[in-house]
Design a protein around this ligand. Structure first.
Ligand code: FES
Length: 579
């Protein structure tokens, strides 16, 4: 049982005291510049300085409420006797950033870490929620290792189209396929465009955003129950103010990410990822986050936990409901309480209490949304790890989002060399493809794409859509959106740009998928593969300079978390000198 009563710091022990306390010329400069902003000594003296890292921007569509929430956090900080300062940090707009927000996750993490380190901050609130913002902020704060609370943006309201509930992402893919099949006209398509995202907040399906905020809460980095509160709910504002109050206490207690992010906490996070039918992206982010904490997280750990964890969140894309329904059903604490026997409940959290204490007495109010343990969506968890000669370092699939008949399938490969090739040919009426074909996309990985975009839900050829085909086996070294669905084998590692076996597949090769056996096999002899490997040539480097070059030189493969090698956990970075 962790010791939840921690000795409190004295004011002169605060990190910010190094900037504001000494009677020297440099500190005079810091104080006079704080006064330049209209603050008095009474505002900061003897108080923890709380940084509010805000990922608001006019292009961060899911964070449009963050200006108001930042003010509400400040209210809580002032109430508790802290000194709040709001600092903009790089946001990652899932909707607008190209080639992929994943390309910039590590840059945002690095910026967050250094923003924390270089400023006179005693503790921070991390404001995120849209897909990669959550891991980026947590990775940065973990490396900086001062007290931190993650404030989840909260899901947006349910979408609506003429009385039909819409889930962001998931229903966009669904109705786009129907449009391709000629079942939706342009007018109806525009109506869906009007109604699919109708409030601030992140995607309200169990996509990557909802998965990562649930994981952040399970890790112990958020206030209890905060991750499922809809963004526009008044409870979200109250939670923001409470976060402000709590972070001041944490600054005095010196309760840091390194006290919270243990191997057991990460096992809990994986368990929840499996129980909620979480996004496949979570695997990459969890490996990277654990890496920052110095904890190795091999892919096989995910599969081991998946084996024993039923999917009990009946949420799209695996199930029926949306995040608003999860909140009304009792939220994440109720779900955690239901899977309590599978959790390490003694893990310490930012509340100063254990996970078990946090969820004590939590109740499920709707068994259709949070399913009973004996009536799960699936007896095993959301993501399976596959291996075979096509993916020696592993790949993943979300079987709950696939048509069951395809989970054991052998078919001829139809290969696209990159996404441009796929876009050009996929709807060609003369394409040699049947419902049994296995579509393979190369050059979609961390380096090949670059940034491993969410291309993995490869489109079904239009001519098959018209025949009623809605799912096929699709394989790539890319990722897929957490809101996507289908029999999509993802994160094939090593990627094709590095000459992984996926680079050697040719049209007509037989590929065998056996999800229960966790197997993916390319039926080509070792001799033939060796011959093809000898002929294979890497593409010339795409970037001659800049961030792109840094990314391609430093990023690791999917099974290693795609973090930059030089940002991995190591000797602590020294505190800045203040001269
Ligand atoms: Fe922000 Fe989906 S676009 S979470």
């Amino acid at each position: 049982m962790p010791n939840t009563i921690r000795p409190r710091k004295q004011p002169h022990e605060l990190r910010s005291h190094r900037w504001f306390g000494p009677d020297d010329l440099r500190s005079f400069g810091h104080r006079s510049r704080a006064k330049q902003m209209g603050f008095s000594r009474e505002d900061w003296e003897g108080k923890p300085v709380i940084g509010i890292l805000n990922t608001w921007s006019d292009l961060a569509t899911c964070h449009t409420h963050f200006r108001q929430r930042a003010e509400e956090i400040k209210r809580g900080v002032w109430q508790a006797g802290g000194f709040p300062v709001e600092i903009p940090v790089m946001t990652l707009s899932e909707s607008f950033m190209k080639p992929s927000s994943m390309f910039y996750r590590n840059l945002a993490a690095m910026e967050s870490e250094e923003t924390i380190r270089c400023h006179p901050l005693d503790a921070v609130v991390l404001m995120g929620g849209c897909d990669k913002t959550t891991p980026a902020l947590i990775m940065g704060a973990t490396s900086a290792d001062i007290p931190a609370i993650f404030l989840p943006a909260g899901p947006m309201l349910k979408g609506n189209w003429n009385g039909t509930t819409l889930g962001s992402g998931t229903d966009a893919w669904k109705y786009w396929a129907e449009r391709g099949a000629g079942n939706i006209n342009e007018c109806q398509w525009r109506e869906i465009e009007d109604g699919i995202a109708r409030s601030p907040g992140h995607c309200m399906t169990m996509g990557t955003a909802s998965t990562m905020t649930a994981i952040a809460e399970t890790l112990g980095l958020c206030l209890t129950g905060s991750s499922s509160i809809p963004a526009v709910h008044s409870a979200h504002s109250r939670m923001a103010t409470q976060t402000g109050r709590r972070i001041v206490e944490m600054a005095w207690e010196d309760l840091k990410p390194s006290d919270i992010l243990t191997a057991d906490a990460f096992e809990n996070a994986i368990t929840v990822d499996m129980a909620i039918g979480g996004s496949t992206n979570a695997i990459i982010h969890l490996i990277a986050m654990a890496g920052r904490a110095g904890l190795p997280l091999p892919l096989d750990t995910f599969d081991k936990i998946s084996h024993r964890t039923p999917v009990i969140a009946n949420l799209r894309p695996s199930g029926e409901y949306l995040m608003e329904d999860l909140h009304d059903a009792g939220g994440l604490p109720a779900l955690l309480h239901r899977i309590r026997p599978l959790l390490h409940v003694n893990c310490l959290t930012i509340t100063g209490k254990t996970l078990g204490e946090n969820i004590e007495g939590a109740q499920v109010y709707n068994d259709k949304v949070i399913l009973p343990l004996d009536q799960p969506l699936s007896k095993a968890g959301a993501t399976f790890v596959l291996r075979g000669n096509l993916a020696p370092d592993g790949c993943v699939i979300k079987p709950t989002a696939a048509e069951p008949r395809l989970l054991k399938h052998t078919g001829p490969a139809l290969v696209f060399h990159d996404y441009a090739d796929l876009k050009k040919r996929i709807d060609d009426e003369s394409l040699n493809v049947t419902a049994d074909s296995v579509i393979v996309l190369q050059s979609g990985g961390p380096i090949g794409a670059p940034g491993m975009p969410e291309w993995g839900m490869l489109p079904i050829p239009k001519k098959l859509l018209k025949q009623g085909v809605r799912d096929m086996v699709r394989i790539s070294d890319a990722r897929m959106s957490g809101t996507s669905y289908g029999t999509c084998v993802l994160h094939v590692s090593p990627e094709s740009a590095l000459g992984g076996p996926i680079a050697l597949v040719r049209d007509g090769d037989l590929i065998e998928l056996d999800v229960q056996a966790r197997r993916i096999h390319l039926h080509v002899s070792d001799e033939e593969l060796a011959k093809r490997r000898a002929e294979w040539k890497p593409a010339p480097p795409r970037f001659e300079r800049g961030y792109g070059q840094l990314f391609c030189q430093q990023t690791t493969q999917a099974h290693e978390g795609c973090d930059f090698v030089f940002l991995h956990h190591g000797k602590p970075t020294p505190e800045p000198d203040i001269y």
